[in-house]
Design a protein around this ligand. Sequence first.
Ligand SMILES: Cc1cc2nc3c(=O)[nH]c(=O)nc-3n(C[C@H](O)[C@H](O)[C@H](O)COP(=O)(O)OP(=O)(O)OC[C@H]3O[C@@H](n4cnc5c(N)ncnc54)[C@H](O)[C@@H]3O)c2cc1C
Length: 453
Amino acid sequence: MALSRRDAMKFTGLAAVTVAASSGYAKGNEGGAKAASQSILLSPAPIPAAKGPRVVIVGAGPSGLTIAKYVKKANPKVDVVLMDKRSVFMSGFISNLVATGVLPLDFITHDFLEGARNGNYTFLQATAHEIDRTSKTVYTNEGIVKYDVLVLAPGIDYDYSKWTKGDIELETALRTKFPGAFIAGSETLTLKSKIENMEGGVFVQTVPGGNYRCLPGPYERSCLIADYMKRNKIKGKVVILDENPNITIKADGFHSAFEKLYKDYITYMPSTTITSIDPNKQKIVTELGEEIDFTDAALYSRVRGNKLLEIAGVAKDSVFNKGEANIDPFTYQVIGDKNVFCTGDVRPMGFSKSGNTANTEGKIVANNIVKYLAGTELSQKTWTSPLTVCYSAVAGDPMRAISVHAEYAYDETKKSFGFANAGTMEKWDGADGLAGGKGLVEWGKGLYRDFFN
Ligand SMILES: Cc1cc2nc3c(=O)[nH]c(=O)nc-3n(C[C@H](O)[C@H](O)[C@H](O)COP(=O)(O)OP(=O)(O)OC[C@H]3O[C@@H](n4cnc5c(N)ncnc54)[C@H](O)[C@@H]3O)c2cc1C
């Protein structure tokens, strides 16, 4: 639940003490750390005053980056502030190819400021800690930012509760030693170094239930790690523990790659429910009593909506995951607060949680925000479908990839969305797979261009 304004003041005061203790700003201030730091946090963030209606976007992933650029494009008079806690952009998509050494790290690493310069908006490197929707204020570690329209696009958090039952020590050990590597950044670097230092043995890759981020991602990664082992003559095996009864997408393509390319390197275990994980003994026990000793692992837990939604009082459990956005699925506006939009991987609709979906959806939402600011009521009639396009590499050298594309349609009877105009290309061998590999690289470059140029 959201804090009251009074609680928020208390909260920012408390948080300020911590900031001031390590901040050069408080140095020499006789009035004490708390007073000095409160003035930092409760004063406006160091950005120019708004010169038009202000749209503040929290989260500069594929969703936030696209919305910032396309709101400005649709109406340059709108003042846009894009905020992210990170200092550089690193994409989740294509990160499996970086972790396995097929592509360099700088392929997925990009400069937020380039996007701001080219898109003519303000980038603020700051963490949103609290949101007061009554006074339309975002509280950040850099100060306060007022908005007319707020977009929350903070992406996912992990939900370890099924595995840890609230044991925080266990959760911290799993996050630190065997991160899922489905939130790009340090986790990607950990995975990369695990693979680079791999000497053999069993590498476990888990696949969660629910609508997790990037359905093909864990299978793609398993293929690429197996490919790495094969190419480097490492005696090892990837064991895939899948909570689902079958590969969740592009099943024919992945099954045939497992069989034909990686028979000795991949063991696929569907319908596997994990009952315990011992991060010290490196042992997993399943519901059926199987015991899996592992040398290393990427333990991908279930996902949930980013906890910032709870802080803002806009979270609701969806049929898929905990704490996703409580929005009108056609307009992306929070139920009961039309000035707040939630987009990207926090949406509760069963769309693919993927970069291309967030990008195409972002363009639609950006245009709708501009219309809304001009006084148009958004509704089901103004909804159009985002487009999911997703390539998955099944081999790195030469790169071979399979792909899927789909739109979505609303089923009035079932009151839910389903795929529309969907198709897959699952032939990884021969010319199709090689063309898929080239397509994957060009698709990635196209997204980066769209975010930053
Ligand atoms: C290994 C892997 C493989 C993938 N493969 C594919 C693929 O092949 N194809 C595809 O289309 N997609 C793929 N994806 C998925 C894709 O990357 C995500 O779906 C996409 O990034 C979601 O975009 P988003 O903007 O909603 O969230 P994110 O990209 O998570 O961005 C959210 C941003 O919000 C910021 N943030 C969070 N909280 C705060 C706060 N309180 N204050 C300030 N900033 C905050 C974060 O720092 C982050 O930059 C893959 C992802 C991974 C990890």
